[in-house]
Ligand binder design. Structure first.
Ligand SMILES: C[S@@+](CC[C@H](N)C(=O)[O-])C[C@H]1O[C@@H](n2cnc3c(N)ncnc32)[C@H](O)[C@@H]1O
Length: 302
């Protein structure tokens, strides 16, 4: 484990584990409502099964080769949420520092409790408590689009990566590779998100479960049927939400809450994602052609 670059603001005692917290009022690049919402969300979804983590992880990490991340890698899991990607990567790397500003750190601590090469810390991107150029590999999966200044957050993460190290990033896509039908559905869902995300937590959760069941599941079932009867030609992949055709109900509920319960959400085209990474000093950027869109990896050369 790395040494902290400064003293924690406080320590949280949780199930015999002490979690250092570096979150303070001086954190600027953070949307408090969004972080609180995630804290609520992730404390409800801390129990992903090994299979769920492996199936979803294989898609996000399809472009993370052995050269990028291996047994000598010291890793930063930025915005770790429940810690599922730390759990996914733990047996492949040397050590993982998993950080998140929300109370999701309690879930992450619980999920990773049996892994002696993962440490969970409460901190946001503005207060990453490690020296610059500490990490061989950093990942921010589904994080930066929930931060007010996405580009600055990426830059602040890149500072912590060693020269020659890598960053994996997943940003919500702006449907730049989709047709008008998708864009229309997205506009409608944005309106619904604005309403749902302002609801009290319990009502928000019930509403999102309702959306998962009555909106997500019909599309998912349709995609499953099309895949079964017309496996060739990829027609089923054109069905909205077909990404979830092989995902569990737990993951679908979780993602519905993630999509509709979060106040701050930004979207990026593939081009904008590459521009952000390059402007933050990343080179050799590879954007995966696979779902979920867009996830990419880049290398810090200077
Ligand atoms: C969609 S969740 C993704 C969690 C995890 N990476 C995953 O994919 O399972 C977004 C996470 O970003 C965290 N987050 C929000 N604002 C942040 C900030 N300013 N700095 C670091 N993390 C932040 C939230 O607390 C939340 O846990």
């Amino acid at each position: 484990m790395l040494e902290y670059s400064r003293k924690p603001v406080k320590e949280i005692d949780f199930n015999d584990v002490r979690i250092a917290s570096f979150v303070s009022e001086s954190d600027q690049n953070i949307d408090i409502d969004t972080v609180d919402s995630f804290g609520e969300e992730w404390t409800k979804f801390s129990s992903f099964s090994e299979v769920e983590i492996k199936n979803a992880g294989d898609q996000y990490f399809d472009i993370v080769t052995e050269e990028i991340c291996n047994s000598s890698s010291v890793v930063l899991d930025m915005g770790c949420g429940t810690g599922r990607w730390s759990k996914y990567l733990a047996n492949r790397v040397k050590f993982i520092e998993a950080i998140d500003p929300s109370k999701a750190v309690l879930s992450a601590s619980h999920l990773t409790k049996d892994l002696n090469n993962v440490r969970v810390t409460q901190a946001g991107v503005d207060s990453i408590p490690f020296a610059d150029e500490s990490f061989d590999f950093a990942m921010g999966v589904g994080v930066y689009h929930h931060i007010p200044d996405t580009q600055k957050a990426v830059r602040d993460t890149v500072k912590k990566i060693k020269k020659g190290g890598y960053l994996l990033i997943y940003l919500y896509y702006s449907l730049d590779n989709r047709g008008a039908g998708y864009k229309f559905i997205f506009k409608m869902s944005t309106i619904i998100r604005k309403i749902v995300s302002s609801m009290p937590n319990r009502l928000k959760k019930i509403t999102c479960d309702f959306i998962a069941f009555f909106v997500y599941m019909p599309f998912v079932m349709l995609a499953r049927l099309f895949k079964m009867f017309f496996p060739k030609g990829g027609i089923w992949e054109k069905i909205p939400l077909s990404y979830y055709h092989d995902k569990s109900w737990n993951i679908i509920k979780n993602d519905a809450l993630d999509r509709f319960g979060t106040p701050l959400e930004q979207r990026f085209s593939k081009k904008a994602l590459v521009q952000i990474l390059e402007s933050c000093g990343m080179e050799d950027v590879v954007v995966s052609d696979g779902l979920p869109y867009w996830h990419a990896v880049g290398r810090k050369m200077k």
